[in-house]
Design a protein. Sequence first.
Length: 77
Amino acid sequence: MAAANLVSLFNPEKLIFGGGVFGPAGKFLPRIYNVARKWGQPIAMKEVEFCVSQIDGEAALLGAAYLAMRAVNPLNV
């Protein structure tokens, strides 16, 4: 239901599930989509793609590195 709410509110192109906690649950993604489709805004649910992150638990580290690089050199990042 949380995924349906996110899709209905923000109308994203893609909803990426990942991180150390979600990683092994990737096999449930089709089931999550089917339940979200019941609760979400119908047009938005047809246009969104649910996928599993390719960077697993490294997302926070990569995001922090990006912000640090941007703070040091904001025009070239």
